[in-house]
Design a protein around this ligand. Structure first.
Ligand code: AMP
Ligand code: FE
Ligand code: FE
Ligand code: ZN
Length: 290
């Protein structure tokens, strides 16, 4: 293993955490503090479709003597499947990437308003309740609607909201605009970043066909987030073989959302070797070393 200036990081590394710039419940500095308290020494902030948390999280990480990798989690979809694409160390000012994340984020607002209007016909819920649960300009999603339902006393927590009112079978669900994963991978890669498919094999979403994953690899896809609590055991075995065949980067992460999900920082981690490969591959932004 190399130990040059570019690898001045230490593990354990957790490369998927959310702040209140999307649907985490804590400010970026608090996310970093929690990661540190759980023993993490290198982390990436990966808010949905948004990069505004990087500065605060990076400052906090440096203050804690940690390494910070700027990241994002792109909301994409392939046919009917929701697919999340993690991007690391890309240029946050890349015009094409900025335009696409803006498009996703603005469409998410109208979509959330439609969901709330629909729920409001049957429950005591209005849009202002949701606004009260988000920070200004946060990437709005169903988690914030869940928080508003909790505040109204309609459900106990986010989990109950997702299993009930927010589940598509209840009829209130609306889709939002999302690019194909191919577009997300290309945007991240062209912006100098490293693209990794988040939780690629959950029981919730049908896995992307392997032939399509191979096309994504040809378009620049660098890795798969295999160690994630929502991936199935059989799926992890299959994808570990696939990753070895294609020499992919394999990551493990918590997908921490503060109190919004049970996931704890460091419950899955990424090896030093794989973190080094991500850093070596990226050209868009440098990590911040504490
Ligand atoms: P959306 O993108 O607005 O459709 O909402 C999906 C987001 O909700 C995902 O990114 C997850 O972070 C979050 N989510 C999904 N299921 C749950 C759950 N059971 N409890 C809490 N958050 C969830
Ligand atoms: Fe989320
Ligand atoms: Fe995700
Ligand atoms: Zn996530």
């Amino acid at each position: 293993m190399t130990s040059g200036a570019r690898h001045r990081f230490r593990g354990p590394s957790d490369l998927h955490l959310h702040s209140n710039h999307s649907d985490g419940t804590e400010a970026p500095a608090e996310v970093v503090r929690q990661a540190h308290a759980h023993g993490i020494r290198t982390l990436a902030l990966t808010d949905h479709d948004r990069t505004t948390g990087w500065a605060e999280a990076g400052d906090a990480a440096v203050a804690h003597g940690m390494t910070f990798l700027p990241g994002i989690e792109f909301s994409a979809k392939h046919e009917w499947r929701s697919v999340h694409v993690l991007g690391y160390l890309f240029d946050p000012a890349d015009p094409d990437l900025v335009a696409e994340t803006e498009r996703i984020r603005s469409d998410r607002v109208g979509r959330a308003e439609r969901i709330v209007r629909s729920i409001g016909r049957d429950y005591d819920l209005v849009w202002a309740d949701v606004v009260g649960q988000t920070t200004p300009d946060a990437t709005v999603g169903r988690p914030h609607i869940a928080d508003a339902l909790v505040a109204r006393g309609i459900v106990r927590d986010r989990t109950e909201a997702f299993e009930g009112i927010l589940h598509p079978r209840e009829g209130y669900y609306e889709p939002h605009y999302a690019p194909d994963p191919m577009t997300a991978v290309r945007l991240i890669t062209r912006a100098g970043g490293v693209a990794v498919i988040a939780h690629p094999v959950t029981s919730r979403d049908r896995m992307l066909p392997l032939a399509y994953l191979e096309r994504l690899i040809a378009a620049g896809l660098a890795g798969l987030e295999i160690d994630h609590r929502e991936n199935t055991a059989a799926g992890k075995r299959l994808l570990r073989d696939f990753a070895a065949t294609h020499d992919l980067i394999v990551t493990g992460s918590s997908d921490y959302h503060g109190s919004g999900k049970p996931n704890r920082p460091g419950e899955n981690t990424t090896s030093d070797e794989m973190v080094a490969r991500i850093i070596d591959r990226a050209t868009g932004t440098a990590p911040r070393f504490g």
